[in-house]
Design a protein around this ligand. Structure first.
Ligand code: PHE
Length: 447
């Protein structure tokens, strides 16, 4: 077999992996779930999960990919031939399918807001009107489906052409620009009258609000925001050269992800309280609050358009990674099938996403297990499938992959000593699986 294509530089890998990680998870989902789950306690537990379980798991996924240099399903096969372990890769592909179906719906909302901001129809509204606007836009079935279609179309178009590399390279400029704009936004939000209440809501833990569901959501959020549990990071690191340090990559990706989550919370919650919005607004939170913050800024409408363009970019880079893993597993890296498989999967994902797109309008009353379709898909992915994938990956790496393979991958080109390696292995072998299982059992009421 031909030697697998490699990233031209370490930066290429970091940009792609960080591009996958940073997206709606940190910017849209974190504030909305924190808002509905009590704020500070949620954020603190999310941080603990991210550092103690998410980061070690990210390293685990990277070791699988780089040691085998294969895409997800084949990577598990190579490390554990004639076993069932490769099904972890299959679960990841199936999860990515469902995840992308509702991710694209939210991506569509950004597309709508972006176009509205260009035409100027997002400026000069009262706070209340911003609240109503979002609800009325997404309740319209034609707009919601069309926007979802546009988002999926862009995703397939880029992935089928194999042109993500170019996009990843442009993320070298787009991502820092997004961070800078966020920092400006945070400053504006923090200087609003009454901002402090929002800061306290977001950062001051109030454990009386804590429930087993909050812990489950915080865990799900930590996996979602790092793109863990679906083996995307396995696939990406399979292109990584042996001269790079995996732990260092983990620190960069996790650090960036936590930083943007913090910025998102600090941009949103001070404004929520200053403007008298509801923190438990739900999935529309950022769409209601951020335009209102921009409207209080000099050149606000220009900044809003720029912000939406950058947010759309960050969202797309995550969507590419989701479609990429699906296409890679369907084509087994045979380039002649790439385009066909990308379009086919894209169409199926679009169809699967339609009920989610309609969940805020015509299908809002249609519930399964008490949840509208969008919520159900999100709940299944974030709180069940991603943690399940993560659990299996932790068990696989901790108990099945030979220790010397792990030792080599983790210490290769890095200053990590045996002691740190041993701590990591303990976290993967014991803490990650035990914590995930306890959170699951706690939610179903067994413990
Ligand atoms: N991490 C992405 C985000 O935060 C979402 C994602 C999850 C992408 C899982 C791939 C896999 O937007």
């Amino acid at each position: 077999m031909a030697k697998q294509e490699q990233w031209t530089s370490k930066l290429g890998f970091i940009l792609a992996a960080a591009g996958s990680a940073i997206g709606l998870g940190a910017i849209w989902k974190l504030p909305y779930v924190a808002g509905t789950s009590g704020g500070g306690a949620f954020f603190l537990i999310f941080l603990l999960f991210t550092i103690l379980i998410g980061a070690p798991l990210l390293l685990a996924e990277l070791t699988i990919g780089r040691s085998t240099q294969k895409e997800a399903i084949s990577a598990y096969r190579a490390l554990a031939p004639s076993s069932y372990w490769h099904n972890i890769g299959r679960i990841g592909v199936a999860t990515s399918f469902l995840l992308l179906s509702f991710y694209s719906v939210v991506g569509g909302w950004i597309v709508i807001y972006f176009f509205r901001s260009i035409t100027g129809s997002l400026t000069g509204l009262s706070h209340e009107e911003y609240g109503n606007l979002f609800g009325s836009i997404i309740a319209n079935p034609y707009i919601a489906i069309f926007a979802h279609l546009v988002f999926m179309f862009i995703t397939v178009f880029v992935v089928q052409g194999g042109i993500q590399k170019g996009i990843e390279r442009s993320s070298k400029y787009m991502m820092p620009a997004l961070f800078i704009l966020f920092i400006i936004l945070v400053i504006r939000s923090l200087t609003l009258d009454g901002a402090l209440e929002g800061v306290l809501f977001f950062l001051q833990p109030d454990f009386s609000e804590l429930s087993s569901e909050t812990i489950l959501f915080a865990m799900g959020q930590s996996f979602f925001a790092l793109s863990l549990g679906v083996s995307i990071m396995v696939t990406y690191s399979s292109y990584l050269s042996k001269n790079e340090s995996l732990p260092r990559s983990v620190v960069s990706i996790v650090g960036l992800s936590i930083f943007i989550s913090l910025l998102a919370g600090l941009a949103i919650f001070p404004a929520v309280f200053a403007f008298g919005f509801e923190p438990a607004e739900g999935p529309g939170l950022i769409f209601v609050v951020l335009p209102a913050v921009f409207s209080q800024m000099a050149f606000g409408s220009l900044f809003l358009t720029l912000f939406l363009a950058l947010l759309l970019f960050a969202t797309l880079t995550s969507a590419f990674s989701l479609l990429e893993i699906i296409v890679a597993s369907l084509t087994k890296n045979d380039p002649s099938k790439r385009s066909k498989m990308a379009w086919r999967s894209g169409i199926l994902i679009f169809l699967l996403g339609i009920p989610s797109a309609l969940s805020f309008g015509v299908l809002s009353e249609f519930t399964i297990f008490d949840r509208a379709f969008f919520d159900l898909a999100d709940y299944l992915v974030s709180n069940i499938l991603l943690p399940l994938g993560a659990l299996l990956i932790a068990i696989f790496v901790g108990w099945r992959v030979p220790r010397n393979v792990l030792l080599e991958e983790v210490t290769q080109a890095s200053s990590i000593g045996r002691r740190t390696f041993a701590v990591w292995l303990l976290l993967i072998r014991y803490l990650a699986p035990v914590a995930i299982i306890i959170v699951f059992l706690n939610v179903v009421g067994i413990i």
